[in-house]
Design a protein around this ligand. Structure first.
Ligand SMILES: [Zn+2]
Length: 1014
């Protein structure tokens, strides 16, 4: 037989696009449209409905960037349409090639009740089925003119990302605004032909099934009268029944599809717009659930449910009902889909606490999967946190975005730094926006790496970010793919059911140990430095506020600010969303985030101050008390307590150095700063060992060009290192402080359009060189690093993460090692040879790199740690990070891992001084073992008055110790993160009088609920 395959395939394409698809709506009449544009920010629904309208017509421009227009559409169903299905088609000027990321609408009835959203691929509103004919139609549309930020020519700098710079040029033109007859038979024919045509394209050309499909499609096309598609569609469909009924192979891949819309809680739109995006999509999805009995939908992020509850209660009522019916499934159990690299131990824990608690309180549901499809890498600390939150599964697809290495599994056990293993699934469809295309379904089946031992994968299905979620077309296609020869088999499935099935079929999955590093978006550890510092400052202040408020509550009866802390935590957690904390949002988002963090800091300082004043007593007492919020004692002040300040004698000295520069010495550390303001020597007295590599200089600022190939705020590409400028020239190197308690040298430099001032300080009794760096940054597309070349020979280094640290290589042996050229630390990195090590601590820098070189002169190894201070990408915020910044870094030579942990806490939690009458404040709890670290002291969230203390083993070894309470203890119960009794602790927790004996395994965390005797 002659091969006419390509001819028939091309025929299908043209007939489908030009004749069949347009026949879905064979008749239409125009609607009349009128408009009112809100003068500023969005208004309440009642106000928008009541506002006076002016005429507007199809083709007219509307919508200044970020403005809201209230449209009213009115018409009458023609009498001749009686008995037909009638829909309104409302095209706000959509670009259907981009399913989201543009204008959107929410349709209301005249009484203010929401109908559904309007999105680029979801422009219909059902009016009547069947129509009576003659009925009036009146609908209102709240239309948001969100500008397109990420366009066909992506990553070009734009001023549209902030309403303050976006201007007022209309962004859209009204397109089709019609009442139309909907021909369901033609619509079904479109789906038949799409499913078969797309499947056909994935099948081998020498296979019989492909030709069977081709011939069936050809017969269907032959049957269609192109002048009467509506009259012949049913006959055409009859030729497709047989090929659609042929069942899938027994070995076919099984896809559990779940309706979904990945809605970024802020990104290329401000937080306030996400509130509306979520409502529109939830309105769509609750409507679709009513129309489609087999369909299931899942939505993550408790914050987004909370927004709907607060701002669109009518939509929330529909969501609640659908959740109760088991069809609208809350997923993930986190407050938002956060970043996981940067949030602190406690913040990562609280993401689950607040997320799960919301789902429990609102729906009585506790889900067991962590749902993070789009997060930029996963720390080795996360598995234990997931487990301690009462969950056991993880879903993400993001690692498929890695630039260099293909991850070897799709379903596996992921083992964290403490040994906790979490059953993890990466959907092989490689997207969280599956649309049921044949190419996606075939890719999932082909791509699945666990074939032969496992058969199930998950496919989050629907358009996110303003795409409106799953479409009725996707549901229609899924129905055809349920059991279809040549295809993977698709059915709607809840995430928990998928995981249970996948786990049951795969009893011995492979294991991946340690972090899931994303080989992309590495610059998100650095971009938008002020947002990152706001996060870290808030985390530190929350620690202090909980500690001192709990102490004051138990000691003085001061009311514990449960509701205020709850609200502040939720705000901090929201801003850890995976496009806010990573610095990848528009300028508007980061401008607001900085203001929000400033407000939180003021509130938390108030709380801390009030609690400390209550503990210190009458200021007339005149005693200056030093409060220590860190988990280790210092300057004779116990951790979590206060003591009267004692000024030591101090022995700091600074002397001029021959040839320029200065020598700083405090008896513990001797630091030599040269005439360029660089550190050429740092020797700790205990070991007498030099930390700075021979011939090298530390505290070196280095400037690189930084123009990645894509994703400016997200990415730094490896080639940035090829070009570097050392900032050597100093405008000034001078003594800044000179006293027994403290000596300091000040260094000023200028480069490009920027200036930097550094203060290098040595304090009495401290083995730490503190470097305070102030930058007035006015560069574009540059990367500023602070380098410490150290004389350390090691193949790996430790970087702090949640509840411990993770090791990374200092070399680039394999492509996996080389890909980690920019990585995350929390408060320290630590490098060591046996018997001696060095720590670099920082309260606010997350990004860093570590490299090694062997010196020609002496054959020794130089290991260089460089902190990533600032970048200057121009997309999506064209002025990212311009202006003043302040950073602090500390060099701690002679540090063991325990010293690194201690100094990491100390640099972020400075002492506070309060005048009062008390002689001291005894800590509520004290630990007698340094490796056991308290990460939180707080009152239980249930308001019982119980104290909750979270402790973890911080050194990576085993630790035994006793946690003593300074109050009479009635009961001590190990708990999960939600403060519920839990016996999942692997170490020992034994009540012991007014205390608890603990024996924890490496990096193990334990949450204790301590009930005071009353
Ligand atoms: Zn996302």
């Amino acid at each position: 037989m002659h091969d006419d395959r390509t001819l028939v395939e091309a025929r299908l394409k043209r007939v489908l696009e030009e004749r069949i698809r347009p026949a879905v709506y064979p008749e239409s009449v125009p609607l009349t449209v009128s408009v009112w544009t809100a003068p500023g920010e969005p208004v309440p629904v009642a106000e928008g409905l009541a506002a006076p309208r002016s005429p507007i017509a199809v083709g007219d421009a509307w919508g200044a960037p970020w403005s809201t227009s209230w449209l009213t559409v009115a018409g009458t169903v023609p009498e001749s349409w009686a008995g037909r299905t009638v829909e309104a088609l409302i095209d706000l000027g959509f670009d259907a090639n981009m399913p989201g990321f543009q204008c959107e609408g929410l349709v209301y009835r005249p009484d203010g009740s929401p109908v559904k959203g309007l999105n680029p691929q979801n422009q219909w509103v059902r009016i009547a089925a069947p129509a009576a004919g003659g009925e009036p139609v009146l609908l209102h549309v709240e239309a948001a003119a969100n500008p397109v930020i990420l366009d066909y020519h992506p990553f070009l700098p734009t001023e549209l990302g902030d309403k303050e710079t976006a201007g007022d040029k209309p962004q859209y033109r009204l397109a089709r605004m019609d009442l139309a007859v909907f021909d369901e038979t033609v619509w079904q024919l479109v789906l038949d032909l799409e499913v078969l045509g797309e499947l056909m394209a994935e099948l081998p050309a020498d296979g019989a099934r492909r030709w069977e499909l081709l011939r069936a499609v050809e017969r269907a096309l032959d049957t269609i009268d192109l002048q009467d598609v509506n009259g012949t569609a049913a006959a055409a469909r009859s030729h497709l029944v047989e090929v659609l009924a042929a069942p899938a192979a027994p070995s076919a891949h099984r896809i559990g599809a779940i309706g979904h819309a990945h809605i970024d809680s802020a990104w290329l739109w401000p937080l306030r717009e996400t509130v509306r995006k979520v409502a529109r999509t939830a309105a769509n999805m609750t409507a679709l659930l009513e129309d489609e009995p087999d369909f299931l939908y899942t939505m993550s992020q408790a914050q987004q449910f909370a927004w709907i509850k607060e701002h669109r209660p009518e939509v929330y009522a529909r969501v609640k009902k659908a959740v109760a019916d088991g069809r609208f499934v809350p997923a993930g159990g986190m407050w938002v889909e956060s970043d996981t690299n940067m949030p602190s131990s406690e913040a990562m824990a609280r993401q689950f606490v607040h997320g799960k608690r919301f789902f429990l309180a609102e729906f009585g549901i506790e889900n067991e999967e962590a749902w993070l499809p789009d997060t930029f890498g996963f720390t080795g600390g996360l598995p234990q946190i997931i487990r301690n939150a009462g969950s056991k599964w993880l879903l993400t697809q993001k690692i498929s975005w890695s630039q260099i290495n293909r991850f070897p599994h799709h379903t596996f056990l992921w083992e964290g730094i403490d040994g906790t293993r979490i059953f993890t699934h990466f959907p092989p469809v490689d997207t969280y926006n599956c649309s049921m295309k044949g190419s996606e379904i075939a890719h999932a089946a082909r791509n699945f790496k666990d074939k032969g031992v496992a058969r199930h994968s998950l496919a989050p299905t629907g358009w996110g970010d303003g795409g409106g979620g799953t479409t009725r077309e996707m549901v229609g296609k899924a129905a055809r793919l349920r059991d279809l020869e040549g295809s993977a088999a698709v059915r709607w499935q809840r995430p928990a059911e998928f995981f249970a099935e996948a786990e049951a079929e795969y009893p011995k999955p492979p294991v991946w140990v340690g972090e899931l590093y994303l080989e992309l978006h590495r610059a998100t550890l650095t971009s938008q430095a002020r947002t990152k510092q706001g996060n870290r400052r808030s985390e530190n202040l929350l620690r202090e506020a909980e500690l001192w408020c709990a102490t004051a509550a138990l000691r003085t009866g001061l009311a514990y600010p449960y509701e205020q802390l709850d609200r502040i935590w939720k705000t901090v957690l929201l801003h850890q969303f995976h496009d806010i904390l990573p610095g990848s949002s528009i300028a508007w988002v980061h401008r607001e985030a900085e203001a929000t963090y400033a407000g939180l800091a003021a509130e938390l300082e108030e709380l801390i101050g009030a609690a400390q004043r209550a503990l210190a007593g009458d200021p007339a007492g005149g005693r200056e008390l030093v409060f220590n919020g860190a988990p280790h004692g210092r300057s004779a002040v116990p951790a979590g307590g206060a003591a009267v300040a004692v000024a030591g004698p101090g022995n700091c000295a600074v002397t001029a150095r021959e040839g320029g520069g200065f020598v700083l010495d405090n008896g513990l550390l001797r630091v030599v700063v040269d005439g360029d303001g660089l550190v050429v020597s740092s020797v700790d007295a205990a070991s007498g060992r030099e930390a700075v590599a021979p011939g090298a200089r530390a505290n070196l600022l280095q400037l690189h060009p930084d123009f990645p190939n894509m994703w400016d705020a997200w990415d730094v590409d490896q080639f940035y290192r090829n070009t570097v400028t050392d900032l050597l020239a100093a405008d000034e190197v001078a003594v800044h402080a000179e006293g027994p308690a403290e000596v300091a040298v000040r260094v000023a430099r200028s480069f490009g359009s920027s200036t930097v001032t550094q203060t290098l300080t040595l304090r009495a009794g401290s083995g730490r060189l503190d470097i305070d760096t102030e930058v007035d940054w006015h560069e574009a597309e540059k990367f500023l690093k602070l380098a410490f070349p150290l004389d350390v020979h090691t193949e790996r280094y430790a970087a702090e993460t949640q509840f411990g640290h993770q090791f990374r290589p200092t070399h680039t042996n394999t492509s996996w090692d080389a890909a980690k050229f920019e990585a995350c630390n929390h408060r320290f990195v630590h490098l060591a040879e046996p018997g001696w090590g060095v720590a670099l601590a920082t309260p606010s820098t997350y990004g860093h790199d570590v490299t090694r070189a062997v010196r020609a002169e002496d054959g020794g190894t130089t290991t260089t740690v460089r902190f990533s201070l600032l970048r200057a990408p121009r997309f999506p915020d064209p002025r990212t990070d311009q202006g003043r910044h302040r950073f602090r870094h500390s060099l701690v030579p002679g540090a063991e891992i325990g010293d690194a942990v201690r100094e990491g806490y100390a640099v972020g939690l400075p002492e506070r001084r309060v005048t009062g009458s008390a002689e001291a404040v005894r800590p509520l709890v004290e630990l007698d073992q340094d490796a056991l670290v308290v990460s939180a002291v707080k009152l239980a969230d249930d308001g019982s008055g119980d104290l909750v203390v979270r402790v973890y083993e911080s050194g990576g070894g085993r630790a035994r110790g006793r946690l003593a309470t300074s109050f009479a203890l009635a009961a001590a119960v190990p708990c999960d993160l939600l403060e519920r009794p839990w016996n999942g602790t692997r170490g020992e927790v034994v009540a012991d009088g007014d205390g608890v004996r603990l024996a924890l395994r490496p990096f193990e965390l334990v949450t204790l609920r301590l009930t005071p005797a009353r």
